[in-house]
Design a protein around this ligand. Structure first.
Ligand code: CA
Ligand code: CA
Ligand code: CA
Ligand code: CA
Length: 342
């Protein structure tokens, strides 16, 4: 039975909440080959220098050039902290290993690993998380069974990729024995999901063909969308003139990030409208429902609309006076209202 001592020198963690049995082979371990069980040592000497190690980059601490990593499997009767194998962080020279893992910005992680000074050897290692030193361990191993220490840290991730790095800082080909790196996510904040309506602009007065555009910034890019244009309100379910809700199935383009639809507002009554862009939420998503108010102002179609101050109500085009309105109608071949001259 292996002897294990838990060191909490650098950690503020509530010990009672952790199961060490579970930590050893946790399903949620973000580290690949953290127990160094691959490659398998096949040498009869029960130790072997490996040219490549699944999950890990290996280099010399001194000059960052690639090198081998020394694996032990029962050498000298030593027992691994976890599984059958561990590494020595000095093969032919002090070595550095590192691995980049996917993390959540602002997420928190439990980081643990086991270290044991080699018998009769003075060795020292440093452990880095995202470039910051989180552990510094040294000692001379006593004769007899390895004295594994499991060290735990609670760390925060500052980017979506985080490097964990362990390096021997001693000076020869004998160094610290090391095993069982486990990184488990304890919290991942929701992605800062945002959306923006880019057309029309706020309070824009539109006429004729109107483009409805919006953008969603989300990490998955696979959410559906509900959208509507409503007359006089942004509220749910009433006054809908366009969209894919409330019985409407108007055409639109949507790829999960970019929305586009267009419509001819010439057939709509003049007045206030609201464009509602409502991406649906997948698990953990922040709710988004964007609204934008705009105005439809179609040009006059009959001379009567210019009279009794009616000319003042038009925005597209604007008229100086009633005569301006009437002459615009008369010069507009498409104006339907100019019938009295026919
Ligand atoms: Ca192991
Ligand atoms: Ca060695
Ligand atoms: Ca989503
Ligand atoms: Ca929504």
């Amino acid at each position: 039975m292996k002897k294990t001592i838990y060191s909490l020198l650098t950690v503020a963690l509530v010990m009672s909440t952790f199961s060490y049995v579970g930590l050893a082979k946790a399903a949620g371990n973000l580290i690949t080959n953290g127990s160094f069980e691959e490659p398998v040592v096949t040498s009869g000497s029960k130790w072997q220098l490996m040219n490549s190690v699944p999950g890990w980059s290996v280099e010399k601490t001194s000059d960052d050039t690639a090198t081998t990593l020394e694996f032990h499997r029962g050498w000298s009767g030593n027992v691994a902290s976890e599984g059958q194998q561990y590494i020595e962080l000095a093969g032919n020279e002090p070595d550095r290993i590192y691995q980049d893992i996917d993390t959540c910005v602002g997420g928190t992680y439990n980081v643990s690993y086991a270290w044991a000074p080699r018998q009769g050897v003075d060795s020292a290692i440093k452990v880095y998380w995202a470039g910051a030193e989180i552990g510094s361990h040294n000692g001379i191993g006593a004769n007899g069974a390895l004295n594994w220490t499991v060290t735990l840290h609670s760390q925060t991730a500052l980017s979506d990729i985080t490097r964990i790095q362990i390096e021997e800082v001693g000076s020869n080909s004998m160094g610290m024995f090391f095993d069982n790196v486990v990184v488990e996510e304890t919290y991942c904040p929701p992605y800062d999901r945002t959306a923006e309506i880019t057309s029309p602009s706020e309070d824009e007065i539109v006429t004729g063909l109107v483009s409805f555009d919006a953008l969603l910034d989300d990490e998955d890019g696979n959410d559906n969308v509900q959208w509507a244009v409503r007359q006089g309100t942004c509220a749910v379910g009433v006054g809908t003139v366009l969209g894919n809700v409330d019985g409407h199935s108007d055409s639109y383009d949507w790829n999960g990030d970019i929305f586009h639809a267009e419509a001819d507002s010439a057939t709509w009554a003049d007045g206030a409208y609201c464009f509602i862009f409502n991406p649906t939420e997948s698990s953990g998503d922040i709710e988004i429902r964007e609204t934008l108010e705009f105005f439809v102002s179609n040009p006059p179609t009959e001379v009567s609309q210019c009279k009794k101050g009616g000319w003042e109500t038009f925005s597209s085009p604007k008229f100086k006076n009633q005569g301006d309105c009437v002459s615009w109608l008369q010069s507009n071949e498409n104006a339907k209202g100019n019938k009295k001259d026919n």
